[in-house]
Design a protein around this ligand. Structure first.
Ligand SMILES: C[S@@+](CC[C@H](N)C(=O)[O-])C[C@H]1O[C@@H](n2cnc3c(N)ncnc32)[C@H](O)[C@@H]1O
Length: 292
């Protein structure tokens, strides 16, 4: 996919590519990247693909090996990285703006599977120095991140498309053109309904609560403003659904990973056998290591 769904995400302060889900997996991923960093010579030049907010590079930097760290991402705007890390926005993994044989290592966490993996493999072999290492961590289709995000998508889509709250909110905003009208209690009840319908999944209730708050604030404001905020809430929900769909599409089962490994070979890389990153007994991700 292109960076479309992510374009505004990172600049809005996206706390990670998987806002709720990935925090729980932090320690496993941290260990995985610390170990990779420890294998690299001090000062090694590392390129992180689909870097987002540069989380992988931050973990590598914490290893203290004074690595030369660059990240690229197709999203149009990225947050400012800490000193010592360079992030380049608007750069596709399939067309890297670097000369041949520039990097000692290539990394990616929940990144390459969002792009054209055959083209990325060709770029990887081009920009890596001979003998350079790569580690790609790829969503596992049966993992908890995918399951969590599927549930989140379902909750947001229900709140936006099926709960009926959005059209009723618009109707109320328009009715306020002619009279000062309070927000009916049903909008408050809708928040509780969403909470009860999706226990352990806050997204639907948050959507309903945002509508309620907009209507409460809109009681003393021009209806056009309320309608604009409602449109923004709907647009953001659509963007998030787009990101969650992209994640579901990017996650790989065994066949998918076999295909990617084949593409790495075909490009001239030397991949190790793919392994599964396990966390608390469940498959979190695939780990693809190898050399150029
Ligand atoms: C799930 S996020 C992962 C971000 C980061 N690696 C992390 O672990 O938090 C996927 C990222 O891939 C980026 N992306 C998607 N397609 C891309 C492409 N073709 N080239 C470069 N980046 C891409 C998106 O903009 C997004 O930032």
């Amino acid at each position: 996919m292109t960076g479309t769904h992510w374009d505004r995400y990172w600049i809005q302060g996206g706390g990670g590519c998987l806002p709720d889900a990935d925090r729980a997996f932090g320690p496993v991923l941290e260990t995985l990247w610390r170990d990779f960093g420890a294998q690299l010579p001090p000062g090694a030049r590392v390129l992180d693909l689909a870097t987002g907010n540069g989380v992988v590079l931050r973990m590598l930097a914490a290893g203290g090996r004074r690595l030369d760290l660059t990240g690229i991402d197709s999203a149009g705007t990225l947050p400012k990285p800490p000193p010592g890390i360079a992030l380049r926005a608007g750069v596709a993994m399939e067309k890297l703006p670097f000369r041949d044989r520039q990097f000692d290592a290539l990394t990616s966490q929940f990144g390459i599977e969002y792009g054209d993996t055959a083209a990325i493999a060709r770029e990887a072999v081009r920009v890596l120095k001979p003998g350079g290492r790569f580690r790609f961590v790829v969503h596992h289709a049966d993992g908890p991140i995918v399951a969590h995000n599927r549930a989140r998508r379902e909750a947001i889509a229900w709140a936006r498309d099926e709960s009926g709250v959005l059209p009723r909110a618009r109707q109320l905003a328009r009715a306020r053109l002619g009279a000062r009208l309070p927000t009916p209690a049903s909008f408050r009840v809708a928040v509780e309904d969403a909470r009860a319908r999706f226990p352990g999944q806050s997204a639907a209730a948050e959507f309903q609560a945002a509508i309620l708050q907009t209507l409460d604030m809109g009681a003393s404001r021009p209806p056009a403003e309320t309608l604009e905020v409602l449109a923004e809430i709907e647009r953001r929900a659509g963007e998030e659904i787009g990101r969650l769909d992209a994640l579901a599409g990017a996650a790989q089962d065994e066949d998918g990973v076999r295909t990617i490994v084949g593409q790495l070979y075909a490009a001239g890389l030397d991949p190790d056998e793919a392994t599964i990153v396990i966390d608390a007994g469940v498959p979190l991700a695939w780990r693809l290591d190898g050399t150029a």
